[in-house]
Each structure stands twice: as structure tokens, then as C-alpha cells.
Design a protein around this ligand. Structure first.
Ligand SMILES: Nc1ncnc2c1ncn2[C@@H]1O[C@H](COP(=O)(O)OP(=O)(O)OP(=O)(O)O)[C@@H](O)[C@H]1O
Ligand SMILES: [Mg+2]
Length: 564
């Protein structure tokens, strides 16, 4: 039926259907991409265009599913064996191994197979519009790896409504066989929301503002990482999450390694105490005090070696060996609680007062680190404590961070109840392999005493260079990416980010633009695009107390709108 159909009569053309002024143009999918980017429906089906998506799913009984998979595997194997596969060996191998993986998942009942009918229908009031819209949908689908198919002379069969049994005739490209995960990815209201009981609010899903609650304490590692460019909101997000953790579990102990002194006022407002390294306010932490290793002097000697390497990165091999020997001797024979002067004296005794090592260690006796020489006097009993490194010269920061990390680790091992340690500007510890290894060990071990780390730094690449850094990243259960200027190929591969995610992260909006932070969270296997939003009281409290190091340099970022 063509030509001038009377109004409201239906007519079929080779590629669309018309009822009066309603044109319906169907589109099928010939082939799926191997993975779909997060939020792909949002990109395929923009809210300003009317497009129907119909998904019907019929479960394939497990016995038949296994038979199907065995068939698929046998075909792939036969083609591989015959060798005449036209250069598709890699594809066939993937097919063979995914058929066998899926077979195992089906036998274990973690996946099922589904016969899935899928069709898009574009709606418009006239032919040019309907065709232009369908062409755009074809482009969007192709852009994310789908192979779309316009049914020709099969419009009626495509458009019949789905029956309960799925037996009505359909054109090719309508039916697909998908595992449960594949089917789940097709749900347009895909809700990847996490709602863990007893969890704290992480943020609101960027797709539909549904809240995501996550219980740090119910997972294999309690440690998280937050990565984002300067001003992306890492420190704010970390403080916000710590506040919410304490509301749910007020007994949570918090320690903060705060190189820029951003958290001091916040910690004091929570009734906590601050140790200021540069001027000694709050007391001294003796870097050599073996209390941090519970009295284990060999372990302590090793950690002292690490901190000294961070302070003197230019040591020659023989000097490093001599220093190690002096440190070992100090813990074997020295006073119960050695001080830095004892170390300097031991080195002078072994190598002479004029040796280069002795001269280097003079910094502890008469130089800029002399305030550290002496017994520990800081013994904060509060549940919230921060160590503020503001005013410390940049090249001393890794050293200070290392012995304070050692102290914080000892403190966590010593206390009962849940504990969190926030390490801001953690890249300072990735400058040297020894300190990076130490941080990695801390992350791996703290779980044993109910503790987790929050590791904050600007780029995940800081930790992707060496094996210890990679091990550290692997042991973070949740990783949040805030705006990143770029996503390196290494980071993409390491974190399994899709191309769409990597393209989005440099565009994630900054809190100073929006009043909240756009972020992508990797939580276990999930990838969740979230807005980190503070309520008005949270925002006001954090805004009033956080980031006072800015009086040191730049003015505060233009006031964000903030709050709900
Ligand atoms: N979720 C948020 N809601 C409202 N304002 C925010 C939010 N996150 C951050 N801000 C504001 O944005 C500014 C920058 O945030 P923040 O200092 O946390 O960034 P950062 O990533 O830690 O930067 P740097 O790497 O320089 O330390 C702050 O002034 C803060 O008040
Ligand atoms: Mg910060």
C-alpha cells in the first residue's frame, strides 16, 4: 500500500510505517559491541527525541543453554582446527573461551542465557523527520560499536507487539542470545545504585540522582583512593565522607597526614588535636621511637632506613649501606628509645666526625630538623588527630610524611575500634621507591586491625610507575576519579576504564562551576558516575573550617553555590 493513504489509515513502506501523521521507523541491531560505555542509553536516546526501545527477554532453560554453548564452542573449535578462518583466529579464540567461561557460569547459576528481542522505533510527524532521526540514531549506535540494521520490507514483522511466548515471526536482527549481564546492560533504567545497609552516602548517581550508600567496613579492604586535579574537590570529599562515617560510627578514630595544613581548623572544630611539625605545636614525634612498631626493633630499624632514604635521596650505595649498619647497631646496642642525636653520634663514631654522612646528619643536631631531636612528647588521646606539615620545606616533606605514617600506623595498631587514616598529597610518598613500598605495606596490613586508608593525590599515574604503587592501587577497594586533565593509556588499562569514561573525566565538572563534584567511582566491579553533594549544614561546616592553608597563598576559589 503506497501513495496517498487516507488520513489515519495505516500504510507500510519498505522501511517505515505510517498511521495518519505518525511515522514509525524501526531499527534493529545486527551486532553488539563487546562492551558498552556507562550511561549508554542516555547517549542513544536523548530526552528531546521520541524513540521507543522494546526489549523482550525469554529465559533459555539451563540445559538448553549449555547445549547452545557447547554448539558454539564446537563450531569455533572446528573453524580453528580447519585453519581456513580468513584471519579470524583471535575472534574465534575469544568465542571459544567465552563460550567455555559462560558454560561454567551457567553451571554455577551465576549467569543464565536469554533469548532477547530488541528493537528501536523512531517516531516523527513526517517522513523527512523520521528518516533524519533514524539516521542520527544509526550514527549514535555505530559510534559506540553497535552494528545497526534497518529492516527492509519487514517493517510489519518488526513492529508487531511482543507476544508472551516470543514465537511470532521476526526479521533477522531482532533476536539475540545474551547472558544475564548482557541483558542487564540493556535495561534503560539501568540502576547501578548501591544501597548497602549501614552504608554512608557517597553521592547521587549522575544519571538519575538516586543516592548511593556504601559500607566501607563490609568489604575486603577498607582503603579508598581519590584522584583528581587541583581544585576538583578531593580534600572536601574526603572530609565530607569522614564526617558521614563518624555520624554513623562515632567511635571511628581518624588520623590525617596533612601536608598543606588544610584540615587543622576542621579537626579542632571536631574536638580533635593538631600536631604542627614546623613549629612543634602539639608536641614532638620522635622519628626513632620504637613504640611505633610495638617494640619490634628490627622492624623499626628498617622503617628508619626508609625515612632516611626519603630525606637523603642522593646517598651513594655505600653511604646508604653504612647508614643502615649504623641504624641497625643503634637498635641493637643503643638506648631503649634512641633519639636523632644518638643516631648522629653513632654515625660519627663509625665514620668519623667529618665524614659526609655525619655532616648530613648534623641537620638533626644543629640544623633545621633539630626540633625533632628528643623523646616523643605528643600523645594525643583524641579520636581525631591531624599532623600539619605546613611550613616544612618541600624536600623535607617525604621524610616527615614517612615517620608520621610510621607513627600513625603504630597508633592504629594500638587502638581498638574502626580507624581511618587520610593521606593527602600522597604523591609525596611516591617520589621514592622506599616510601612508596612502605605506604603499600601499610595499605595491605591495616585491614588486620580494623583500619583503612584514604589516599588522595592528583593523578593515579603517580602510583602506576612502580610495582609497589600498582600493588597499593590494587588494594584500594574503592577508587574515585574526580576531574582529571587527561587519562593516560596506563590508567585506562589498569582501572579498566572505557573509552567513554576516559573521555568524560577531563570534562567532569568542578565544584567551583557547579557547587558539587562530578566523579566516577570504581567500587569493586562497578563503575558509578556520582555527584558528590554536601547538604547545606555539611557544606557550611566544611567551607568554614577546611582549607585554611589558602591564607598562605592563593585566595579561596570563588564561592561555590554548594549545598542542597
Ligand atoms: N562537593 C563539593 N561541594 C561544594 N563545594 C565543594 C565540593 N568539593 C569541593 N568544593 C569546593 O571547591 C574547592 C576546592 O576543593 P578542594 O580543596 O577539596 O580541592 P582538592 O582537589 O583537594 O584540590 P588540591 O589538589 O589543590 O588540594 C574548595 O573551596 C571547596 O570548598
Ligand atoms: Mg586538597
Amino acid at each position: 500500500m503506497r501513495g496517498s493513504a487516507p488520513r489515519n489509515r495505516s500504510s507500510e513502506t519498505p522501511t517505515f510505517w505510517r498511521t495518519g501523521r505518525c511515522y514509525r521507523a524501526p531499527l534493529l541491531v545486527q551486532q553488539f559491541p563487546s562492551e558498552v560505555p556507562f550511561g549508554f542509553h542516555g547517549r542513544l536516546l536523548p530526552t528531546h527525541e521520541t524513540i521507543e526501545l522494546t526489549v523482550e527477554a525469554h529465559r533459555i532453560p539451563p540445559a538448553n543453554a549449555l547445549e547452545l554453548l557447547q554448539g558454539a564452542r564446537a563450531v569455533a573449535e572446528a573453524e580453528l582446527a580447519s585453519g581456513g578462518n580468513g584471519g579470524h583466529t583471535a575472534e574465534l579464540e575469544v568465542e571459544r573461551s567465552s563460550a567455555s567461561d559462560l558454560g561454567i557460569a551457567i553451571a554455577r547459576r551465576t549467569q543464565e542465557l536469554w533469548r532477547v528481542g530488541l528493537r528501536f522505533v523512531v517516531l516523527a510527524p513526517n517522513r523527512p523527520h523520521v528518516e533524519a532521526k533514524r539516521a542520527r540514531l544509526v550514527d549514535r549506535l555505530s559510534g559506540i560499536g553497535f552494528r545497526p540494521l534497518i529492516p527492509r520490507y519487514e517493517v510489519r514483522e518488526t513492529l508487531v507487539p511482543p507476544g508472551l511466548s516470543g514465537t511470532e515471526p521476526r526479521p533477522s536482527g531482532y533476536w539475540h542470545t545474551l547472558p544475564t549481564d548482557g541483558l542487564a546492560a540493556l535495561f534503560p533504567f539501568g540502576d547501578e545504585t548501591v544501597m548497602e545497609p549501614k552504608g554512608t552516602l557517597l553521592g547521587l548517581a549522575l544519571s538519575d540522582a538516586s543516592p548511593v550508600f556504601f559500607d566501607r567496613w563490609s568489604h575486603a579492604s577498607y582503603s579508598w583512593g581519590l584522584f583528581g586535579t587541583t581544585g576538583s574537590g578531593k580534600s572536601f570529599a574526603a572530609a565530607l565522607l569522614l564526617l558521614r562515617t563518624r555520624w554513623l560510627r562515632p567511635e571511628t578514630s581518624i588520623a590525617i597526614l596533612d601536608p598543606l595544613g588544610e584540615y587543622s581548623a576542621w579537626v579542632e572544630s571536631l574536638g580533635g588535636s593538631v600536631i604542627r611539625v614546623a613549629d612543634g605545636v602539639g608536641g614532638r614525634l620522635n622519628p626513632l621511637d620504637p613504640i611505633t612498631t610495638g617494640g619490634d626493633r628490627r622492624e623499626k630499624a628498617a622503617r628508619v632506613g626508609t625515612m632516611l632514604r626519603a630525606l637523603f635521596p642522593s646517598l651513594r650505595d655505600e653511604e646508604a649501606a653504612e647508614l643502615d649498619a649504623a641504624v641497625t647497631q643503634l637498635y641493637e646496642r643503643g638506648p631503649e628509645v634512641p633519639t636523632l642525636k644518638d643516631l648522629r653520634d653513632r654515625v660519627a663514631e663509625r665514620g668519623g666526625p667529618l665524614s659526609r654522612l655525619t655532616t648530613l646528619l648534623e641537620v638533626f643536631r644543629s640544623g633545621s630538623l633539630q626540633q625533632l631531636d628528643g623523646p616523643t612528647t605528643a600523645r594525643p588521646g583524641e579520636t581525631v588527630v591531624s599532623v600539619d606539615f605546613r611550613g616544612v620545606p618541600d624536600d623535607h616533606l617525604p621524610f616527615h610524611l614517612t615517620y608520621v605514617l610510621d607513627w600513625a600506623y603504630g597508633r592504629m595498631a594500638d587502638r581498638t575500634g574502626p580507624k581511618l587514616l587520610l593521606v593527602d598529597e600522597a604523591h609525596l610518598l611516591a617520589r621514592h621507591s622506599a616510601t612508596e613500598e612502605f605506604l603499600d605495606r601499610v595499605v595491605r596490613h591495616v585491614r588486620h586491625f580494623d583500619a583503612g586508608l584514604m589516599v588522595l593525590t592528583q593523578s593515579p599515574d603517580d602510583f602506576l610507575v612502580r610495582p609497589a604503587g600498582r600493588s597499593l592501587l590494587r588494594n584500594l577497594y574503592a577508587t574515585a576519579f574526580l576531574r582529571l586533565p587527561q587519562v593516560s593509556a596506563e590508567a585506562r588499562e589498569f582501572f579498566g576504564l572505557t573509552p567513554a569514561e576516559s573521555e568524560w573525566l577531563p570534562k567532569a565538572r568542578l565544584p567551583r562551576e557547579t557547587g558539587y563534584t562530578e566523579s566516577l567511582w570504581r567500587v569493586g566491579e562497578l563503575h558509578l558516575p556520582l555527584a558528590i553533594v554536601a547538604s547545606t549544614p555539611e557544606f557550611e561546616f566544611l567551607e568554614a573550617t577546611l582549607g585554611h592553608s589558602r591564607s598562605f597563598g592563593e585566595p579561596p576559589a570563588s564561592a561555590p553555590k554548594g549545598g542542597l
